[in-house]
Design a protein around this ligand. Structure first.
Ligand SMILES: *[C@@H]1O[C@H](CO)[C@@H](O)[C@H](O)[C@H]1NC(C)=O
Ligand SMILES: *[C@@H]1O[C@H](CO)[C@@H](O)[C@H](O)[C@H]1NC(C)=O
Ligand SMILES: *[C@@H]1O[C@H](CO)[C@@H](O)[C@H](O)[C@H]1NC(C)=O
Ligand SMILES: *[C@@H]1O[C@H](CO)[C@@H](O)[C@H](O)[C@H]1NC(C)=O
Ligand SMILES: *[C@@H]1O[C@H](CO)[C@@H](O)[C@H](O)[C@H]1NC(C)=O
Length: 378
């Protein structure tokens, strides 16, 4: 009796220790990746060198995602959010004509206009959506209302683009190109749904926009025959059969998780699970490591960012509707990145199965870091 009890106790101890070691590894890997990431952070631009404007919204989001589960990086993350808020707007590559503050050298003018959304809008509506979600992520960790206010302002700017094509709905890609793509509309859905859960006084307004977008999205041909989402629509509003990118299977998942929280409807998580499983079937290799079809040579400068977006949103779905296969994709991708896709400086590359493919830059690194961060929580 005593000895078997003792054996049980000691094997429990071993199990607990093993669990703790795995978690510590995931944490220390992600923290290590954060230190490497900050080697690219440029305090005078508020952006990460080697990453473009929209990419940087995703880089900032991974910093927020880490801070949410790892309080020890909170001070560094808060510094980044504030500094980026003040310093980044002059880097906007296509600011609207009325944005005067962009040219102001005067720091106090910038501080005064910090939450003025017009500084963050550029000529691509998807870019605007990435920044809205990035500021929501910063709000989630800091509870600083100015970040939420900025996200609301950006969303308000996007609503003005609603409804010119395809059943008089949706958001086109940008003001001068009416290509209707999935990502812009998924971002609009996700931003509206996130805001519905964070701005109680305007909840109905944001739920209404999210549902309007989602019902429109379902009625168009974005979702192809294998339940994967193609890049966009033809001029006649039919599915254009273009590349099944990982990020297009991702943003929609987080959007539906948030919408289901704000206005429960069992179809939301059902559809999210169908899309997530189809994406895993289509985009992971035999080790359940995620890929995009551009690897390794043809992903820069945009598609190097995509897989992290999928993983971030898959992790949101895993929290709302857990499936072993989601956990497996997150863990296997993170392990493979760490073991096979890291150079001597700790920089992470584009092909998560490895070997490391140059360049490893702030886009490939932040993208892979998203998997290391997700692995902390699953
Ligand atoms: C975090 O902030 C401290 C203090 O400013 C700084 O020394 C350190 O390099 C920062 N770490 C990262 C990862 O940026
Ligand atoms: C925010 O960043 C700006 C620019 O670096 C700086 O001048 C200001 O002191 C920072 N504010 C806080 C509260 O850290
Ligand atoms: C926001 O910035 C735009 C462009 O500089 C300006 O026209 C507008 O008045 C600003 N809004 C506020 C509330 O300051
Ligand atoms: C659907 O999956 C089948 C089998 O993997 C594949 O041959 C086909 O090309 C896929 N269709 C699309 C539109 O991706
Ligand atoms: C649930 O969502 C689906 C898809 O948007 C919609 O068709 C259906 O009417 C919704 N059900 C309810 C009860 O609102």
């Amino acid at each position: 009796m005593f000895s078997s009890h003792g054996r049980l106790a000691s094997s429990l101890t071993v199990l607990l220790l093993a669990g703790a070691t795995v978690a510590d590894n995931a944490r220390s890997r992600a923290e290590d990746a954060f230190k490497t990431l900050q080697g690219w952070y440029n305090p005078s631009t508020g952006l990460w060198d080697t990453a473009g404007w929209w990419n940087c919204a995703n880089v900032m989001t991974v910093v927020a995602d880490l801070a949410l589960v790892e309080p020890s990086v909170m001070d560094n993350a808060s510094y980044v959010f504030n500094n980026t808020l003040i310093m980044a707007p002059p880097q906007n590559p296509h600011p609207g004509p009325e944005v005067k503050v962009n040219s102001a050298r005067d720091l106090s003018a910038r501080v005064n206009q910090a939450v003025n959304a017009s500084q963050w809008l550029d000529s691509a509506y998807d870019d605007d959506g990435w920044w809205a979600l990035a500021w929501i992520a910063a709000y989630d960790v800091t509870e600083d209302n100015q970040y939420l206010q900025l996200a609301e302002g950006i969303f308000d700017g996007l609503t003005k683009a609603w409804g010119t094509r395809c059943s008089n709905g949706g958001i086109p890609w940008n003001p001068s190109n009416d290509y209707v793509n999935a990502i812009t509309n998924e971002l609009f859905l996700s931003t509206a749904a996130h805001l519905a859960n964070r701005v109680p006084s305007q909840k109905d307004y944001y739920v209404d926009w999210a549902q309007r977008e989602w019902n429109w999205f379902l009625a168009q041909g974005f979702i192809g025959e294998n339940n994967t989402i193609n890049d966009g629509l033809l001029d006649n509003c039919q599915n254009n059969g273009a590349t099944v990118w990982s990020y297009n299977q991702g943003v929609v998942l987080g959007g539906l998780v948030e919408l289901n929280k704000a206005a429960p409807n069992e179809t939301y998580l059902e559809t999210a699970n169908t899309i997530a499983k189809a994406a895993i079937e289509t985009l992971t290799d035999s080790n359940k490591v995620l890929h995009d079809s551009c690897e390794p040579d043809n992903c820069e400068p945009d598609a190097t960012q995509f897989k992290g977006v999928f993983i971030r949103n898959l992790e949101m779905l895993q929290r709302a509707s857990p499936h072993d296969i989601y956990k497996e994709v997150i863990i296997n991708s993170a392990d493979s990145i760490w073991n096979n896709d890291r150079n001597g400086q700790g920089q992470l590359g584009v092909d998560w199965a490895g070997p490391l493919h140059n360049p490893a830059d702030a886009t490939t690194h932040s993208c892979a870091m998203e998997a290391l961060v997700a692995a902390i929580s699953v």
